[in-house]
Design a protein around this ligand. Structure first.
Ligand code: AMP
Ligand code: ZN
Length: 118
């Protein structure tokens, strides 16, 4: 974990340098709409500190991740998909297709999402 990474787009959203459509600010977390949504509802939730992925999580960060997941459920409710259902996903590394190396949780819904893999 580092406070901020100059080369990281999500850190620059936290810093306010890159604009984002913020849907929830949890103080140490931030949720904003994905710039390239994969479903009618697609938000991304991040810790404000720079953590590369779940793979490098430390014990000190357990509570932060639990908080993000709880907030993801609140955001899903705010965005109107808690009744219809939604998916929370985090990609880790190359095979998962992780593009942004700042831990993030996708909150996706608003239509039937199909199987995890087809
Ligand atoms: P991943 O493939 O799990 O690393 O997902 C990264 C996600 O970040 C993708 O769904 C992108 O569309 C999204 N993304 C990239 N840049 C931005 C941005 N500036 N604002 C919002 N979402 C972004
Ligand atoms: Zn970052």
């Amino acid at each position: 974990m580092t406070e901020s990474n100059n080369d990281c787009i999500f850190c620059s959203i936290v810093a306010g340098t890159t604009p984002a459509d913020v849907v929830f600010d949890g103080g140490d977390t931030l949720f904003f709409r994905d710039i390239n949504p994969k479903a009618p509802v697609h938000a991304v939730g991040i810790p404000k500190v720079h953590i590369t992925s779940l793979d490098v999580l430390t014990g000190d960060e357990h509570a932060l991740v639990g908080k993000i997941l709880h907030e993801a459920a609140d955001v899903a409710r705010d965005l109107g998909v808690s009744e219809s259902g939604y998916r929370v996903i985090t990609n880790v590394g190359k095979d998962a297709g992780q593009e942004i190396e700042h831990l993030h949780f996708h909150v996706i819904g608003g239509e039937p999402l199909g199987p995890l893999r087809s």
